[in-house]
Design a protein around this ligand. Structure first.
Ligand SMILES: N[C@@H](CCC(=O)N[C@@H](CS)C(=O)NCC(=O)O)C(=O)O
Length: 287
């Protein structure tokens, strides 16, 4: 569990907040995951939107809450929790109605969620090339300097190395862009992970049996993003495709996963251009 220590949090006001508050961004995959869980569990919560497009996550205020500068962050009765998989686990413990972590499966689920979290930078790599155009340098040098300067830099009292990994991603992207090789590597990681999921779904309706768990919520977010990027789900993973569409249409999922018509148009136009230049995800990753 990544519950921050008192000294990690520089924006002190949140420590007095009562109830459930979520710092999130509409289009962020990790935020979508937590919002779907909140919906399925029927938990009342107060939204605090952090606009990643404007770099609001790199302000002194937000880095004072989440030293990693990432969304989502959960504040629950003054406790600060970061990392989406930990957040959904905390929510399931504190609000046992509509349980999404079946009894006795917490350890196995934590392990399986780790595997999903490991693919997060791969998701970003693919999203940045195959959704709407993001510009040559998606995070400016000035923004990254704020990222280095603000926040305690500490998670659970320890100097946090996670920020270095994030900085490396943005610096490399600014230097060389997202290369075809990076796309191939990331897409292949997803292909392997999706093959495993596809096998599980040969014998059950959901990933861990016959009811929805946090694992279904976590993976559907990734599958949804990959499909939006042009990943050929139906052709490569028919069981996963059969699982995905009906689940995605449930209101608790649909309202978090549907993007605005303007954004969808920008993605469609980008894909049209990529088809004309044979640079779609299928072309580049050889899927
Ligand atoms: N492992 C973290 C990853 C969080 C993460 O990377 N969030 C992304 C959005 S999905 C973010 O905040 N990115 C910052 C940015 O794009 O500047 C989690 O699961 O919460």
């Amino acid at each position: 569990m990544v519950q921050l220590f008192d000294g990690d949090v520089l924006t002190r006001e949140v420590l007095d907040w009562k109830g459930v508050h979520l710092f999130h961004f509409h289009g962020s995959s990790c935020s979508q995951k937590t919002r779907v869980c909140l919906n399925l569990k029927g938990i009342e919560w107060k939204p605090h939107e952090i606009d990643l497009g404007n770099g609001e996550n790199y302000t002194k205020y937000y880095l004072g809450i989440n030293p990693r500068g990432l969304v989502p962050t959960l504040i629950i009765n003054g406790e600060v929790h970061i990392e989406s998989n930990d957040i959904i686990t905390v929510l399931d413990e504190r609000f046992p109605d509509h349980n999404l972590i079946p009894k006795g499966m917490a350890t196995e689920i934590t392990k399986l969620l780790h595997h999903e979290d490991d693919l997060h930078l791969d998701l970003r790599t693919i999203s940045f090339r195959f959704t709407q155009p993001r510009g040559r340098v998606p995070r400016s040098a000035e923004t990254l300097q704020k990222y280095r300067d603000f926040g305690s830099g500490r998670v659970q009292g320890q100097v946090d190395k996670h920020k270095d990994r994030e900085l490396e991603f943005w610096e490399t992207t600014a230097d060389i862009g997202i290369t075809d090789d990076a796309v191939r590597i990331s897409a292949n990681r997803f292909r392997v992970a999706f093959e495993e999921l596809d096998q599980k779904l040969e014998v059950s309706n959901y990933l861990l049996g016959e009811s929805i768990t946090v694992l279904d919520v976590a993976w559907i977010i990734y599958v949804n993003r990959l499909v939006r990027c042009g990943y050929p789900l139906e052709r490569l993973h028919p069981n996963l495709n059969r699982w995905f569409w009906p689940l995605r249409e449930i209101n608790e999922f649909d309202k978090e996963l549907t993007v605005s018509p303007e954004l969808q148009k920008a993605v469609n136009d980008h894909h049209q251009l990529q088809r004309e230049t044979a640079t779609t995800l299928i072309d580049v990753a050889g899927l």
